[in-house]
Ligand binder design. Structure first.
Ligand code: OGA
Ligand code: NI
Length: 309
């Protein structure tokens, strides 16, 4: 049997078998797919449809709601991973916060359909990702509420729409990536992908395709869970390769804590033989350092390894 990213039915998430399957997936892959997740199929179809409508607008229309350094929500087409330009366009939706952070919406009739679907999908992702976080907490020996503390109303999670245009064959010899290899910085990511291949995860010096499935959502753990677990779980490296056959759309929801949250290895993961591998990390400070790298053309992105001890 060829091993690949596990697919786990989470209809009975608290069941010992489901918890054990999740624990194993977090240890061996940092990635899994979930079926029986409870998000309405119609909502999944609707959010994919409005995403395609959004990116189908003219470039001029899309650029009217460009993100900027003060407000990261909106459209963007020049993302860098590790300072190299990715072959993709994005739209980010996150909650309003203070006077600066406000969602940006497309104009005209598209907004009427787009805004309620995006908000409804965001809300469903928040609920599902908190259920998954609670399962991970139990697996790490703490209560679900213990980890949920940083994710109350002030959480900074956001939903991203990714559009990877088909890459014309022969355009350039060194074909760019859709997204360069990276780990996700937050707690966990819930990803809806269409039927086009592209997402790959790194394990034991090999890249594995995360097989597109109509019945599943992809889950991957981020740096915060790696830190909490004191490296029992790894936030796996992943990337998106460009597709020369078709356009590809995906929608990651990044579950992120409130700005004032700090995290460090959980007491249940630290023993006399296994001291804490990280000193504590403050989410706002970490994001600020990392964002400096996102906007710069040179230099190295800040990683959790900077906090290793
Ligand atoms: C990301 C990411 C994967 C995909 O946006 O962080 O890893 O399939 N996306 O779009
Ligand atoms: Ni990612």
């Amino acid at each position: 049997m060829i091993e690949n990213v596990p697919v786990i039915d989470i209809e009975e998430l608290e069941h010992a078998d489901s918890l054990a399957a999740i624990d194993r997936a977090c240890r061996e892959w940092g990635f899994f797919q979930v079926t029986g997740h409870g998000i309405d199929q119609q909502l999944l179809a609707d959010v994919m449809a409005v995403s395609q409508q959004f990116f189908g607008q003219s470039s001029e229309e899309k650029r009217r709601i460009l993100r900027d350094a003060d407000n990261p929500w909106g459209y963007y087409d020049k993302e860098l991973t590790k300072n190299r330009q990715d072959w993709k366009e994005i739209y980010d939706f996150g909650p309003a916060d203070g006077d600066k952070l406000k969602p940006r919406w497309p104009a005209g009739p598209l907004r009427l359909r787009f805004e309620p679907v995006i908000r409804a999908y965001y809300a469903s992702c928040k609920v599902l990702s908190m259920r998954l976080l609670s399962a991970i907490a139990l697996n790490l020996g703490v209560s679900g509420e213990h980890l949920a503390r940083g994710f109350d109303d002030a959480h900074t999670s956001f939903l991203r729409l990714n559009y990877y245009p088909k890459y014309p064959l022969g355009l350039r010899d060194d074909r760019p990536l859709g997204v360069g290899e990276h780990t996700d910085a937050g707690a966990l990511t819930l990803l809806l992908q269409d039927r086009q291949p592209g997402l790959e995860v790194r394990r034991d010096d090999r890249w594995y395709l995360v097989e597109p499935r109509a019945d599943a959502l992809v889950v991957n753990i981020g740096d915060i869970v790696q830190v909490w677990s004191n490296d029992r779980y790894r936030a796996a490296l992943h990337r998106v390769i460009t597709n020369t056959a078709a356009d590809r759309y995906s929608l990651p929801f990044f579950l992120n804590p409130s700005w004032e949250t700090s995290y460090e290895p959980l007491p249940t993961t630290v023993t006399a033989h296994e001291p804490a591998h990280y000193r504590h990390i403050h989410w706002r400070e970490f994001r600020a350092l990392r964002a400096a790298g996102d906007y710069a053309d040179i230099g190295e992105e800040v990683q959790i390894s900077h906090y290793r001890q």
